[in-house]
Write a protein that binds this ligand. Sequence first.
Ligand code: C2E
Length: 353
Amino acid sequence: MSTDIDTLLRSPKAYQWARKAIDAMETHKAWPTALNFELWLHYVAAKDSDVAAEINTVIESGEHFTDQVGANIAAHHLPAAKLSGEILNAGKNLTKELNSVSRAIESARETSEIYGQQLATASESLDAQGNAAVRTMVENLSNATRKVHAENQALESQLADTTDELGRLREHLEQVRRDAMTDALTMLANRKAFDESLEQACADSDRTGEVVTLAVVDIDHFKTFNDTWGHQTGDQVLRYVASVIGRIGGEGARLSARYGGEEFAVIFPGERREVAMAALEAVREEISSRTLKRRSTNEDLGAITISTGIAERRRGDPPAAVIEAADGALYAAKRSGRNRTMLAETGSESRAA
Ligand code: C2E
């Protein structure tokens, strides 16, 4: 957080600013995430800041303020987010530099080796001709070359160690980034990853003309289940449903995500709604046909069911529109008795599988 905002949050009017930021988020339909809070504080309290200017541009364009939009603004204008991107880039550039220095040293080592061999051959031939003074000179040159060669080798191995260490650091950083995109309970992609992927899929679809289909899944009566069997068993049910949904999401360019509490989503880039319907129907049948057990007591939990809404995105529509359409179909599925998969019509009606 920049110093100005930090100071502001410790000033007598701190709570007023915080409330204003929350109101602004609500007005502009931005989720009250920690990152958005920081951005919208700039918007209300630092009106001439770059962040406020960017938010104004988004508002004026009528674009929805998604987490991805927020993340982009943060990456460019908030010091911490900017820094983490810059560290990654610096790491990549450093690896490139190290690799090129490594190649230069390797080539110098090869040259000195060849030179050393030539000197040794010359020394042998002078030996045969009995020219002692020149032979001593060549031997000295030969010794010096051997020394340079040994030093080059040491330098090369040192560089290889440094490059390895840098590789490990980058892997670690990438793991941290992967963790930040994963839901820890179900190990599916999390909401942030979902938002980013959907935005990307929509942008790709506008470029290539390929379709994007979205499925939104909700576990039926999950709250009652949780209240009856406790949160631990509830969490295991979430993991079970996630494991079945994750299997279909693992195919091709698809992405399965935990969208919210007991809600999941699958993005089908380049696939029509009939394909998504068949995949989700298979998931629904598999889940509803299995009897779960309470692990601690072995009690029968019965079967659980899911309801799903599916929508195909209309080209040019913002990501929010396809979410809304799939959500509409999901609620239609709930209203029609649950344990079913419904398609959003291109209009507003929905029909069951
Ligand atoms: P988990 O308990 O970590 O189990 C991981 C996987 O190990 C399961 O994947 C399943 O392939 C296998 N497994 C574990 N315990 C058993 C078992 O008693 N019998 C059989 N046949 N296989 C077992 P799966 O089925 O996809 O489940 C994923 C997660 O969903 C499980 O993770 C657990 O958290 C939850 N889950 C699945 N079935 C049940 C159930 O009957 N009761 C409860 N409470 N949770 C379940």
